[in-house]
Design a protein around this ligand. Structure first.
Ligand SMILES: Nc1ncnc2c1ncn2[C@@H]1O[C@H](COP(=O)(O)OP(=O)(O)OP(=O)(O)O)[C@@H](O)[C@H]1O
Ligand SMILES: Nc1nc2c(c(=O)[nH]1)N=C(CO)CN2
Length: 289
């Protein structure tokens, strides 16, 4: 477990048991100790791989200045619940709320409460995955739009980042296939790798995907490129995707979305230079570009 400390998030709020506190308000200050695994971010150097402390601070501040509660115990617990719900990669959390001007009738320095929370088994941990989507049959852009919506609507999947789209020449498979539209998304999910594959395949078949010819034309293809740091070689699910490192139709949209991302420890922009299909690829114009 790694830790991020965020201290002294200050704000003026109206929490308190006494009418005077509700009426006049006072200063509150919050410290956090955030338990997370930031090994992925340490290697990728990408903020999307860690907890963005600016976003956490904004959430804390919103609680301080927001809807008043009676007790700082309640304020600390509300902050913890909200943070765990919104930041899937946080596993443990200590929230300390200081009330330096509390109505105490003797000299004192500060009063504070500390709430300790952890993601329990009922709150499964969220993992991040990169999915690559492609379509070269039918209404390609509409298919991709509805596929993203289906991912978003899944109760155990959140779409965190969506790439621009690329128009690409078909790689492999029968000659004379229509061009693909390809894109990449980053998701957070509580599904295990095989479950996420199942969810992707369900979305494919909901879009009339049929598997006949290998690398043949398809209404929708969703490949799992990475799932957290998982490496596995089952034929049902290979992770990271065994061909992704040589496919510009995956790496180029990914690099537009996350220029500093790495795959198997190598920057994707470096892998891209070796990709034979890079030449047949163009960034889509219009609202998806
Ligand atoms: N990382 C992965 N993502 C998606 N499917 C995978 C992965 N690893 C293995 N598979 C397996 O590959 C099988 C074939 O998938 P699919 O028909 O989508 O292949 P494809 O997209 O045509 O080819 P390619 O694997 O070259 O992208 C799936 O049934 C799935 O079990
Ligand atoms: N341009 C392009 N070529 C492909 C694609 C794809 O998504 N785009 N998918 C394939 C199998 O997954 C095989 N070939």
């Amino acid at each position: 477990m790694d830790w991020i400390q965020l201290t002294g998030v200050n704000g003026y709020g109206y929490h308190g048991v006494f009418a005077q506190e509700r009426y006049q308000g006072q200063h509150f200050s919050v410290d956090l100790n955030i338990g997370t695994d930031f090994s992925a971010a340490a290697s990728s150097d990408e903020v999307t791989d860690t907890v963005h402390y600016g976003e956490v601070a904004a959430l804390v501040h919103a609680h301080i200045v927001g809807e008043p509660v009676n007790l700082i115990e309640r304020l600390a617990a509300n902050i913890a619940t909200d943070i765990l719900q919104n930041f899937p990669t946080i596993d443990r959390l200590e929230v300390r709320v200081h009330k330096p001007d509390a109505p105490i009738q003797v000299p004192f320095e500060s009063v504070a409460v500390t709430h300790v929370a952890r993601r329990d088994k009922a709150t499964p941990s969220w993992q991040q995955a990169i999915l690559a989507l492609g379509s070269n049959l039918g209404e390609k852009d509409t298919t991709l739009d509805t596929a993203i919506e289906a991912l978003q609507d899944h109760p155990n999947i959140r779409v965190l980042n969506v790439s621009p789209r690329a128009i690409t020449k078909a790689v492999g498979g029968p000659e004379g296939q229509p061009d693909f539209v390809n894109m990449v998304v980053r998701v957070a999910t509580t599904l295990k790798p095989f479950e996420l594959l199942g969810a992707c395949q369900q979305i494919e078949s909901d879009h009339d995907r049929v598997r006949t010819i290998r690398w043949g034309p398809r209404t929708l293809d969703i490949d799992m490129i990475t799932y957290a740091d998982v490496k596995q070689d089952s034929p049902i699910l290979r992770l990271p995707h065994p061909l992704a490192h040589q496919r510009a139709f995956v790496l180029e949209p990914w690099s537009w979305m996350e220029p500093h991302a790495t795959l198997n420890g190598t920057p994707i922009t470096e892998l891209l230079r070796q990709c034979p299909d890079r030449e047949g690829l163009n960034r889509a114009k219009g609202r998806h570009g």
